[in-house]
Write a protein that binds this ligand. Structure first.
Ligand SMILES: C[S@@+](CC[C@H](N)C(=O)[O-])C[C@H]1O[C@@H](n2cnc3c(N)ncnc32)[C@H](O)[C@@H]1O
Length: 299
């Protein structure tokens, strides 16, 4: 934007602005910056700055903002313009209808990860096991997304989430406590290294981006998600290889493994688990139609 236009833009923004006008202005700037979810992001950030939910935001649309409110909205808008994800700015993300705190140590849970949750529940229901005292492990738990989504609907189950990031485990423990899910435990270790006994269900969304592909990721991901949550080694498959070597011994007979898949990984990951002695099913697609969840059972 040329200097003169910028000056006008700045003066206009500092003039009396309504809540609806602030939403429109932020959305316009997001759109101009190439941010696809411009309207939604503006709505969430303006609501967050003013501590108003969606309905209250609409109802108060014509209210003129005070100087402090305008400054708060401007600060959040600037952060989003640096490509900081909305979930990181507001400090939470909803997955499986659970509001989870996220911070710099955790991946922001993605909607596609709900495919793993769906696949896990489908396996549980196929075995008529909802009310059993299932033992569940979530390897690389991050914010606790997978484990907590499962435990929220399985009151008789016990779960353990592992992670090599102490910061992520702190967030996951906080999320479990806030949600009142006292049947969740968390342990710091490499994948399943500290786990003993056997599990009825093991879920995992491991880091699966090939190291060389990280630089080309969208800035919202590359510059804000922890690289330890992304980097899957030279071909993206390091964690799957480690899981194939360890998970079969940790699964109870009839137990189920559900793993999230990255793009193009359905075939190699299916092969890895088949060779390890598990019985993989055809991968399940996410809402965009991409193969996203692989279910493998120990027969
Ligand atoms: C892709 S994130 C998934 C987080 C969460 N499960 C989710 O779906 O939102 C991968 C997680 O695995 C953790 N991680 C990476 N390597 C690990 C390892 N070798 N052992 C345990 N955790 C690991 C990262 O710290 C990160 O929290």
């Amino acid at each position: 934007m040329p200097m003169a236009d910028n000056a006008v833009w700045t003066r206009d923004r500092s003039a009396a602005l309504t809540i609806a006008g602030a939403r429109r202005a932020s959305a316009e700037r997001f759109r101009a910056a190439g941010i696809e979810s411009a309207e939604l992001d503006a709505r969430i950030l303006v609501g967050h700055a003013l501590a108003l939910d969606h309905a209250a935001l609409v109802a108060a649309g014509e209210r003129v903002l005070g100087a402090e409110e305008s400054a708060a909205i401007e600060a959040l808008t600037q952060r989003r313009l640096t490509r900081e994800p909305v979930a990181r700015i507001v400090g939470y993300k909803e997955i499986w209808s659970l509001r989870l705190t996220v911070d710099a140590a955790t991946l922001v849970p993605r909607p596609a990860t709900e495919t793993v949750v769906e696949a896990a529940f489908a396996a549980i229901d196929a075995g008529g096991m909802r009310s059993r005292t299932l033992r569940i492990a979530d390897l690389g738990t991050g914010s606790g997304a997978l484990l907590l989504a499962l435990l929220a609907e399985l009151p008789n189950a016990f779960g353990v989430g592992t992670d090599i990031s102490a910061g992520a485990l702190r967030v996951a423990r906080g999320n479990a406590a806030r949600l009142g899910l006292h049947n969740a435990n968390f342990v710091a270790c490499d994948l399943a290294a500290a786990l003993g006994g056997t599990f009825d269900l093991i879920v995992t969304n491991p880091p699966y981006v090939a190291s060389g592909d990280i630089a080309a990721l969208a800035p919202d991901v590359r510059d804000f998600d922890p690289h330890v949550a992304l980097d899957g080694g030279i071909d993206g498959l390091d964690c799957y290889r480690a899981l194939a070597a360890t998970v079969p011994a940790l699964l109870a007979r009839g137990g189920t493994l559900v793993v999230e898949l990255g793009g193009g990984q359905a075939l190699p990951v299916t092969a890895l688990f088949a060779v390890s002695g598990l019985a993989p099913a055809p991968p399940l697609p996410d809402l965009a139609g991409a193969p996203r969840a692989l279910v493998a059972t120990k027969t």
